[in-house]
Design a protein around this ligand. Structure first.
Ligand code: ASP
Length: 592
């Protein structure tokens, strides 16, 4: 037996017992003839102490950080005044009788037990050391708890967990596919699923009316702080449901989860707020609003329709809008601070930023000389702006104004600490547009995915104005992140074909890519719908982490590399030959 107890469980009630422990040297120090070691395992840290002058205890003194040691000793209460209230085991220590070095450690590339700023690349290269850190272990434990909660909750609610294949066919979710060459059918490729979307729909056709899966998804797209090439989602699908049936399951699952396993967090509101896509974009400039704070966007186009400001006039004439946010208490911003905000607005695509500062000495700011006092009063009445506030205006095309003000809103959230980190502002955004026009490709694209059901009453608009078609798609948002998407699905093959046609797919292409699905819909497909919350992103938010890498055991870096195993890496000539493939790399690719 390597150990009788864990390093985290010993208390004063164990005093007098002889125990055996095994773990890592968290810290080692010598104090005049006594050696102290903080011994650590997953469960905690305990202080062990011994006299290295005794020959059998000499290795206590040799031990260094992260050596793996086994000790046997007697638990005793610490001498008076030596208690450490910061350690749960701080009332006791273990007096060592026997010590064995199970494995020494090379000098470390970084000190795992210190909260120092180790470079990201080094952390990822030595991920197994990085994961020894208390914070990372807490994140992985939280991850386990979240997934276990989901499994228990949904199983109790009658859902079945069903695995679907990784080696499959393209399942479009708006990203590039990862392809896997087939050795058995040379020249053919599997696509790793961007999601199990089609497969879960086929499970509905099969009559397995409540499905879930902790599903790995693969999307070959540029990485961001909240995006990895492969990620995990809770994939859900149900038959004979309307939108609200799906949303009810998701809302009660996460409401219960917050209550049961996230003691430090509380919900902003219960029931969760619901906004239509249009309302969300109008009020927050975004379809993933952070509802923990106000600072809504106001449309001032009507109030400023007659203003003397040429810029405002020309924007309105060109079909644009004038919108603003009110930044509390920032009326005294300096010229430099305002210039910096203007620069930020430009980075978001706006042509400029106009300001009104409602200072105690009167109205100032770049727009002051163009805006009449009645207009200022009307703005104050509409927005509730007060003395001390700074009004930021963007006059531009609607999409640009919304995007820019939304980004400014988030900037001030962080700068002015407007959002409580312990509040979870879950909400649903509903009624998304069905299609988006892609100007670069001159074609329509599915706003969610092509399996989403358009609103029945909008079907005639396929022939007139597809941009006006709404869909039965919905998102779950949380603290400014999109944390799930879902929809009621098309279950009729005629509507599915109509959608594919509008997306520009020819009959042969529909047949070769999605023939199986279209055909399945002809064998009695039930009405169905579902959703897929992103597990990594949710845990990132629950754990107050800035990046999903912190809640994934072995993530890729920003360039999509696994720095620990050094993947991706070249295939051998033999492997390529088996696949009957030859590389045709551009020169600079070869060098990489
Ligand atoms: N398959 C969708 C996604 O991965 C989710 C869904 O519609 O259920 O975003």
């Amino acid at each position: 037996m390597y150990k009788t107890h864990t390093c985290g469980e010993l208390r004063s009630s164990h005093a007098g017992q002889t125990v055996t422990l095994a773990g890592w040297v968290h810290r080692q120090r010598d104090h005049g003839g006594v050696t102290f070691i903080d011994l650590r395992d997953r469960y905690g840290i305990v202080q062990v102490v011994g006299d290295p002058a005794k020959a059998e205890l000499a290795s206590l003194q040799n031990a260094r950080s992260e050596w793996v040691m086994q000790i046997t000793g007697v638990v005793r209460k610490r001498p008076d005044g030596a208690d450490n209230p910061n350690m749960v085991t701080g009332e006791i220590e273990v007096e060592v009788l026997k010590v064995e070095t199970l494995n020494p450690s090379k000098p470390l590339p970084f000190l795992v037990n210190k909260d120092e700023d180790t470079e990201e690349a080094v952390r990822l290269k030595y991920r197994y050391l990085d994961l020894r850190h208390d914070r990372m272990q807490k994140n992985l434990i939280l991850r386990h708890n979240v997934i276990k909660y989901i499994r228990d909750y949904l199983s109790d609610a009658g859902f079945l967990e069903i695995e679907t294949p990784m080696l499959f066919k393209t399942t479009p979710e708006g990203a590039r596919d990862f392809l896997v060459p087939s050795r058995l059918q040379p020249g053919n490729f599997y696509a790793l699923p961007q999601s199990p979307q089609q497969l879960k729909q086929l499970l509905m056709v099969a009559g397995l009316d409540k499905y879930f899966q902790i599903a790995r998804c693969f999307r070959d797209e540029d990485l961001r702080g909240d995006r990895q090439l492969e990620f995990t989602q809770l994939d859900l699908e149900m038959s004979f449901v309307h939108r609200d049936d799906v949303l009810a399951v998701v809302e009660s699952l996460f409401t219960g989860m917050v209550k049961d396993i996230l003691p430090g967090k509380r919900l902003l509101a219960s029931p969760w707020p619901r906004l239509t896509y249009t309302e969300s974009v109008e009020r927050y400039g975004s379809d993933k609003p952070d509802l923990r704070f106000g600072m809504e966007l106001y449309n001032l186009s009507d109030i400023l329709a007659q203003s003397d400001f040429m810029v405002f006039q020309s924007v309105l004439k060109a079909g644009g809008v004038i919108k603003c946010i009110i930044v509390p208490g920032c009326a005294e911003y300096t010229r430099r601070e305002v210039d910096e905000l203007t620069g930020f607005a430009r980075e978001q695509g706006a042509k400029g930023l106009a300001t009104l500062a409602l200072t105690a000495e009167g109205v100032k700011g770049t727009a002051q000389k163009f805006i009449k006092s009645e207009e200022v009063e009307a703005i104050k009445a509409k927005t509730g702006a007060n003395t001390g506030d700074l009004v930021l205006f963007i006059a531009d095309q609607k999409a640009v104004a919304n995007k820019t003000l939304s980004a400014l809103r988030i900037l001030f959230r962080d700068r002015l600490k407007l959002a409580d980190p312990n509040v979870l502002a879950f909400a649903f955004v509903v009624d998304f547009p069905m299609f988006e026009w892609k100007e670069e490709d001159k074609k329509w694209d599915a706003a969610h995915h092509p399996f989403t059901m358009p609103k029945m009453e909008d079907l005639p608009k396929f022939e007139t104005d597809p941009s006006e078609i709404l869909s039965d798609a919905y998102d779950m948002v949380l603290n400014g992140y999109e944390t799930a998407s879902g929809s009621i699905r098309i279950h009729r093959s005629d509507i599915q074909q109509k959608v594919f046609h509008l997306l520009g797919l020819k009959d042969e292409e529909i047949q070769s890519k999605f023939g199986h699905l279209i055909e399945a819909f002809e064998y009695g497909a039930p009405p169905h719908g579902g959703m897929a919350p992103g597990i990594d992103r949710l845990i990132m938010i629950f754990a107050d982490e800035p990046n999903i890498r912190e809640v994934i055991a072995f993530p890729k870096n920003q360039a999509g590399r696994d720095l620990m195993a050094d993947a991706p890496s070249p295939a051998s000539d033999k492997q390529l030959a088996e696949l009957q493939m030859k590389l045709d790399l551009k020169k600079d690719e070869e060098k990489k």
